[in-house]
Design a protein around this ligand. Structure first.
Ligand SMILES: [Zn+2]
Length: 300
């Protein structure tokens, strides 16, 4: 983790007092693996709001809110990548020509995600040497796609449903054991889907990557702004192209059983600024409800 100087919670970096009243909202603690909401609210306009979390800076939008202006963000932590503990969160924005910076700490609580035994073809556990360059190239493409940062919010809460009927067959976060070999926790929700089922975009956005990848099979990645990216794997047919704009509910693909699978299903992932979170609890809440569980701190 980066070293942070001067830990004074919500101290004003600039001594010039602006007449605006601006607040940030973030949770004091949250479960690892779960999405959480943050906001900046002000009675006056401000520019270029960002939030930095887990070494990634997210560009936020300034929208009209009830009492003035508001910026919304969705963040989280991938259970296989981030350990429980305390982590800094830093908000920045420009107001009345001053750049303000407010720092907080979020405590990530441990959450138990059980183990799951899977049996797949051995070539999917230990790929052949000739397949390694392909796997490496795909992993670079995916890494680039997941760094996409556009600042026009297209996501909303709760998300739309990628399948008309959402039946969970494999939970997010399962520490997976493939043919006896432990691997990373599951970065998505697996949903029951017969091959050929319509897969719909949960949010409006722009397709940033499609492909037939070694492990993921037929894949689609959609950027919905502010670091919110949805991913869909094991597709039998892809109906969109990179650069294409989609609406919430657009049929983007047909589900299938391509890549490293034990049978047909949809692997549905939500990545928030580089962190894969548990998609399912997001259907039980909203940004407003999540923000109510946060704490408010005044910046100016
Ligand atoms: Zn999966």
């Amino acid at each position: 983790m980066k070293k942070f100087s001067l830990v004074i919670l919500f101290s004003l970096i600039f001594s010039v007092k602006a007449s605006a009243e601006t607040w940030v909202n973030f949770p004091a603690s949250w479960d690892v693996g779960q999405a959480f909401a943050i906001s900046i609210t002000s009675d006056q306009d401000y520019q270029d709001p960002t939030v930095t979390w887990q070494n990634r800076t997210v560009k936020l939008d300034v929208e009209d809110g009830g009492m003035g202006k508001i910026s919304y963000g969705l963040l989280g932590s991938y259970v296989s990548k981030v350990k429980p503990g305390e982590y800094p969160i830093v908000f920045e924005f420009t107001q009345n020509k001053h750049r303000y910076k407010a720092r907080g700490v979020i405590k990530l609580n441990p959450k138990e995600y059980p183990k799951e035994e899977l049996h797949v073809q051995q070539k999917m556990i230990s790929p052949k040497k000739k397949d390694l360059p392909r796997i490496k190239k795909e992993s670079q493409l995916v890494g680039q796609a997941l760094k996409t940062m556009s600042s026009k919010r297209k996501w909303r809460t709760p998300p739309g449903k990628p399948l008309d009927v959402m039946t969970l067959t494999s939970h997010y976060g399962f520490a997976r054991v493939y043919n006896g070999v432990p691997r990373n926790g599951h970065a998505a929700a697996d949903l029951r889907a017969a091959t050929g089922t319509d897969v719909k975009a949960p949010f409006a956005g722009t397709v940033i990557l499609t492909g037939n990848h070694y492990f993921a099979g037929g894949s689609v990645y959609i950027d919905s702004g502010n670091g919110v990216i949805t991913v869909f794997f094991h597709l039998s047919k892809i109906l969109v192209k990179p650069g294409q704009k989609v609406e919430d509910g657009t049929v983007i693909a047909k589900s299938g059983s391509t890549g490293r699978v034990t049978g047909p299903h949809l692997h549905y992932g939500i990545n928030l600024a580089g962190q894969f979170v548990d998609p399912m609890p997001m259907y039980e809440t909203s940004i407003t409800k999540m923000l109510k569980l946060g704490q408010q701190a005044q910046v100016n």
